[in-house]
Write a protein that binds this ligand. Structure first.
Ligand code: CO
Length: 134
Protein backbone atom coordinates (compact mmCIF):
# COMPACT_ATOMS: atom_id res chain seq x y z
CA UNK A 1 0.00 0.00 0.00
CA UNK A 2 2.83 2.42 0.79
CA UNK A 3 5.23 3.19 -2.04
CA UNK A 4 8.27 5.43 -2.50
CA UNK A 5 8.84 8.71 -0.74
CA UNK A 6 7.75 10.90 -3.65
CA UNK A 7 9.00 14.18 -2.17
CA UNK A 8 9.62 16.29 0.90
CA UNK A 9 8.09 19.75 0.57
CA UNK A 10 9.70 22.86 2.03
CA UNK A 11 7.62 26.04 2.16
CA UNK A 12 9.45 29.30 1.52
CA UNK A 13 8.85 32.84 0.36
CA UNK A 14 10.85 32.38 -2.86
CA UNK A 15 11.00 28.83 -4.23
CA UNK A 16 13.43 29.55 -7.07
CA UNK A 17 15.86 31.27 -4.73
CA UNK A 18 15.57 28.51 -2.14
CA UNK A 19 16.34 25.80 -4.70
CA UNK A 20 19.33 27.59 -6.17
CA UNK A 21 21.97 26.25 -3.75
CA UNK A 22 20.95 22.67 -4.59
CA UNK A 23 22.00 23.43 -8.15
CA UNK A 24 25.11 25.49 -7.47
CA UNK A 25 26.54 23.47 -4.55
CA UNK A 26 25.17 19.95 -5.13
CA UNK A 27 24.86 20.12 -8.90
CA UNK A 28 21.30 18.86 -8.62
CA UNK A 29 18.72 19.20 -11.36
CA UNK A 30 16.33 22.10 -10.65
CA UNK A 31 12.96 22.44 -12.40
CA UNK A 32 11.40 25.64 -13.64
CA UNK A 33 8.94 27.37 -11.33
CA UNK A 34 5.45 26.00 -12.03
CA UNK A 35 2.37 27.89 -10.77
CA UNK A 36 -0.44 25.65 -9.50
CA UNK A 37 -3.35 28.04 -8.97
CA UNK A 38 -5.69 25.25 -7.88
CA UNK A 39 -3.34 24.50 -4.97
CA UNK A 40 -2.39 28.13 -4.26
CA UNK A 41 1.34 27.45 -4.63
CA UNK A 42 4.20 27.80 -7.08
CA UNK A 43 6.55 24.80 -7.07
CA UNK A 44 10.20 24.24 -7.91
CA UNK A 45 11.46 20.65 -7.80
CA UNK A 46 14.97 19.45 -7.04
CA UNK A 47 15.52 15.94 -8.38
CA UNK A 48 17.55 13.52 -6.23
CA UNK A 49 18.38 9.94 -7.22
CA UNK A 50 15.77 8.46 -4.87
CA UNK A 51 13.22 11.26 -4.31
CA UNK A 52 12.58 14.96 -4.84
CA UNK A 53 12.59 18.12 -2.78
CA UNK A 54 9.58 20.31 -3.58
CA UNK A 55 10.00 23.98 -2.78
CA UNK A 56 6.62 25.69 -2.53
CA UNK A 57 5.87 29.39 -2.25
CA UNK A 58 2.46 31.01 -1.73
CA UNK A 59 0.48 31.89 -4.84
CA UNK A 60 -2.54 34.18 -4.61
CA UNK A 61 -4.40 35.69 -1.66
CA UNK A 62 -5.96 32.44 -0.44
CA UNK A 63 -2.81 30.30 -0.51
CA UNK A 64 -3.06 27.46 2.03
CA UNK A 65 0.64 27.93 2.89
CA UNK A 66 0.50 31.71 3.43
CA UNK A 67 0.17 31.42 7.22
CA UNK A 68 2.86 28.73 7.41
CA UNK A 69 5.34 30.94 5.56
CA UNK A 70 4.36 33.89 7.75
CA UNK A 71 5.12 31.83 10.87
CA UNK A 72 8.27 30.34 9.35
CA UNK A 73 9.82 33.35 7.68
CA UNK A 74 13.05 31.47 6.85
CA UNK A 75 11.14 28.49 5.45
CA UNK A 76 10.34 25.10 6.94
CA UNK A 77 9.45 21.51 6.14
CA UNK A 78 5.76 21.56 5.19
CA UNK A 79 4.77 18.01 4.18
CA UNK A 80 5.96 14.60 3.02
CA UNK A 81 4.46 12.82 0.02
CA UNK A 82 4.20 9.07 -0.44
CA UNK A 83 3.37 7.18 -3.62
CA UNK A 84 0.43 4.82 -3.33
CA UNK A 85 -0.77 2.31 -5.92
CA UNK A 86 -4.49 3.11 -5.55
CA UNK A 87 -5.26 6.51 -4.03
CA UNK A 88 -8.97 5.83 -3.47
CA UNK A 89 -8.37 2.50 -1.72
CA UNK A 90 -5.64 4.04 0.48
CA UNK A 91 -7.83 7.08 1.26
CA UNK A 92 -10.66 4.82 2.39
CA UNK A 93 -8.34 2.69 4.55
CA UNK A 94 -6.85 5.78 6.20
CA UNK A 95 -10.31 7.23 6.88
CA UNK A 96 -11.30 3.85 8.27
CA UNK A 97 -8.36 4.13 10.68
CA UNK A 98 -9.56 7.54 11.82
CA UNK A 99 -7.28 9.77 9.75
CA UNK A 100 -8.84 13.04 8.58
CA UNK A 101 -8.61 13.85 4.89
CA UNK A 102 -8.33 17.55 4.06
CA UNK A 103 -10.72 19.39 1.73
CA UNK A 104 -13.66 17.55 0.25
CA UNK A 105 -11.80 14.21 0.19
CA UNK A 106 -11.73 14.08 -3.58
CA UNK A 107 -8.26 13.84 -5.16
CA UNK A 108 -6.96 16.93 -6.96
CA UNK A 109 -4.39 16.84 -9.73
CA UNK A 110 -1.01 17.62 -8.16
CA UNK A 111 2.32 18.98 -9.36
CA UNK A 112 3.12 15.85 -11.39
CA UNK A 113 -0.22 15.64 -13.18
CA UNK A 114 -1.40 12.84 -10.89
CA UNK A 115 -4.17 12.72 -8.27
CA UNK A 116 -3.16 13.76 -4.73
CA UNK A 117 -4.79 14.02 -1.31
CA UNK A 118 -3.65 15.50 2.01
CA UNK A 119 -4.18 14.13 5.53
CA UNK A 120 -4.27 16.04 8.79
CA UNK A 121 -0.94 16.39 10.63
CA UNK A 122 -2.61 15.53 13.94
CA UNK A 123 -3.21 12.02 12.62
CA UNK A 124 0.40 11.63 11.44
CA UNK A 125 2.61 12.60 14.37
CA UNK A 126 2.60 16.28 13.49
CA UNK A 127 3.53 15.87 9.82
CA UNK A 128 1.16 16.87 7.02
CA UNK A 129 0.98 13.84 4.72
CA UNK A 130 0.28 13.91 0.99
CA UNK A 131 -0.44 10.74 -0.97
CA UNK A 132 0.01 10.59 -4.72
CA UNK A 133 -1.32 8.05 -7.19
CA UNK A 134 1.80 6.18 -8.38
CO1 CO B 1 3.66 17.96 -2.32
Amino acid sequence: MLGRLNHVAIAVRDAKKAARIYGTAFGAEISDAVPLPEHGVTTVFVTLPNTKIEFIEPLGDASPIAKFVERNADGGIHHVCYDVPDIIAVRDRLIGEGARVLGDGQPKIGAHGKPVLFFHPKDFSGALVEIEQA
